[in-house]
Ligand binder design. Structure first.
Ligand SMILES: Nc1ncnc2c1ncn2[C@@H]1O[C@H](COP(=O)(O)OP(=O)(O)OP(=O)(O)O)[C@@H](O)[C@H]1O
Length: 220
């Protein structure tokens, strides 16, 4: 069974192609890392996969720019991960006066991400790495069959980043993640997809890709 299939597709924005000839099949249990230079099309491919998958299953998303509400606390932002499970009245109540069990759940994911002390703090007062972890907490609280995350550890130090990637692997059966750290990509991925020149130029298990092939994604 596959989760998703692209067959020779062209992906882009407003009629402008960014990636052409995209063919790939995603299976449950894969941890796919997208690598490529800035502008290679990683976000474009993640967005296309998100559009396709969300119609079929529960997907948690960590966008590159986080999409947080700066005036609200870390806790309220985390709680937003489940807003589309309910109607408008329930959501209003959740954001004004969350239920104890929701607060406890959000507190647990914030704690898991090292943000217990920041739960009540407005997101606009947090550091870049803390904001990034709030976006992850929102995705963790949401849960789902698949996580799609665009550079989810770019603002974290190496140790913290590796810990967060471990947590992602524990929490989500399948993950699609753009990263720029090749060592992190190798450690996390079951499959690496490399983008260059508007195409998928690499698609294999990390053990089958040598460093020169990865370096070539970033050269020239
Ligand atoms: N919303 C958009 N509308 C129009 N063009 C876009 C949009 N988003 C991205 N692009 C263009 O698509 C191309 C690929 O961008 P994309 O964000 O997918 O690359 P990326 O590999 O994720 O880059 P980065 O590592 O810098 O985030 C770029 O030329 C970019 O200008």
């Amino acid at each position: 069974m596959s989760l998703l299939r692209f067959r020779d597709e062209t992906l882009g924005h407003g009629g402008r192609a960014v990636l052409s000839g995209v063919s790939l099949t995603l299976s449950p249990g894969e941890r796919v890392v997208l690598l490529g230079r800035s502008g290679a099309g990683k976000s474009t491919l993640l967005a296309a996969m998100h559009d396709r998958l969300r119609a079929e299953m529960r997907v948690a998303l960590v966008p590159q720019e986080h999409g947080l509400v700066p005036q609200l606390s870390a806790e309220r932002n985390a709680l937003m991960g489940r807003l589309d499970d309910h109607g408008a009245m329930h959501n209003l109540r959740t954001l004004i006066h969350p239920r104890a069990q929701d607060r406890a759940g959000a507190a647990a994911v914030l704690d898991e991400l090292g943000l217990a002390a920041q739960a009540g703090q407005r997101v606009e007062t947090l550091s870049g790495g803390q904001k990034q972890r709030v976006a992850l907490a929102r995705a963790f609280w949401r849960g789902g069959a698949v996580l799609i995350a665009d550079e989810p550890v770019s603002a974290l130090d190496e140790t913290q980043g590796a810990q967060v990637l471990d947590r992602i692997a524990e929490r989500f059966p399948t993950a699609l993640v753009a990263l720029h750290d090749v060592a992190q990509a190798r450690a996390f991925a079951t499959r690496i997809i490399g983008l260059a020149r508007g195409r998928i130029v690499l698609d294999a298990a990390p053990g089958r890709i040598d460093n020169a092939a990865i370096a070539a994604l970033y050269g020239g």
